[in-house]
Write a protein that binds this ligand. Structure first.
Ligand code: SAH
Length: 245
């Protein structure tokens, strides 16, 4: 009889090579999660990914107060390369910014860039916290990589140094309710840009409008909050060019 397929009790991102027989040490926070929160014993199977080697099944081989180790047994999925989609957004209140990062990971963003705009209310972000949210979201949703959360940068500087081969889908509240369709979007690397609660300033609109690689779009007749707009724009892009088909 075939053995029952093992359902891993947890899925963890590790910054460590994965391969048959490979031993993987646990970070203290991961050990805490597996042994204190989930109360897993040695011999239990968990799933691992590192953004390079696909998904692996691994068994808990050591369990201590502050650490532990796993041993990889079998690859369960090869590394998958998703579409190349970045998210640029102006940070808003803490819980809503956390939401944006989490949803961006679930919707397949490959890099997350917080940008400071003229009307951005929050001048600082906790990058480590946002990166930890991205790790958690990737673990939970089965993504095979964890997008990098970049440090906060001024939008005008980001645009001044922009590589024009990456197109920008600009959610432009000035077009809300417009009747122009989206049209055909060319394939290739893209970024979605979402503004702050205060919207974009005139100078920012002018800088964006002057760039050939920018496609302004409407997200419908209603003005969405920035967190909703991020989800809507990423979804719209995925439906046109993404890995949903
Ligand atoms: N205070 C602004 C709205 C900002 S909404 C105003 O009243 O005009 C926050 C961001 O979400 C915007 O900068 C834009 O990027 C996006 N957004 C919200 N609703 C939108 C819509 N209907 N069309 C396009 N973008 C929208």
């Amino acid at each position: 009889m075939m053995p029952e397929p093992v359902r891993p009790r947890a899925r963890l991102y590790v910054d460590h090579p994965l391969g048959a027989g490979q031993a993987v040490p646990l970070e203290p926070a991961q050990a805490h999660y597996l042994f204190v929160v989930l109360r897993l014993e040695t011999g239990t199977q968990v799933a691992l990914f590192n953004g390079r080697d696909g998904d692996w099944l691994a068994e808990i081989t050591r369990r201590d107060k502050r650490g532990g180790a796993l041993a990889c047994s079998a690859q369960t999925a090869p590394q998958r390369a998703g579409p190349d989609l970045w998210l640029l957004f102006a940070p808003i209140k803490k819980a809503r910014t956390d939401f944006i990062v989490e949803k961006a990971v679930e919707l397949g963003a490959t890099r997350i860039l917080p940008v400071q705009t003229r009307f951005t209310n929050s001048e600082r972000i906790r990058r480590d916290r946002l990166q930890a949210h991205a790790v958690e979201a990737a673990e939970q949703c089965g993504a095979s990589t964890v997008p990098e959360v970049a440090g906060l940068e001024r939008l005008d500087r980001v645009l001044a140094g922009w590589d024009p081969t990456r197109r920008i889908l600009w959610a432009d509240e000035g077009r809300a309710g417009g009747t122009e369709g989206l049209g055909a979007l060319p394939r290739g690397p893209w970024a979605v840009l979402i503004g702050p609660e205060g919207g974009f300033a005139e100078a920012e609109r002018a800088q964006l409008a002057a760039l050939d690689c920018v496609t302004p779009i409407s997200l419908g007749p209603r003005i969405l909050r920035a967190d909703t707009a991020a989800v809507a724009a990423l979804t719209l892009w995925q439906a046109h060019l993404g890995d949903w088909k």
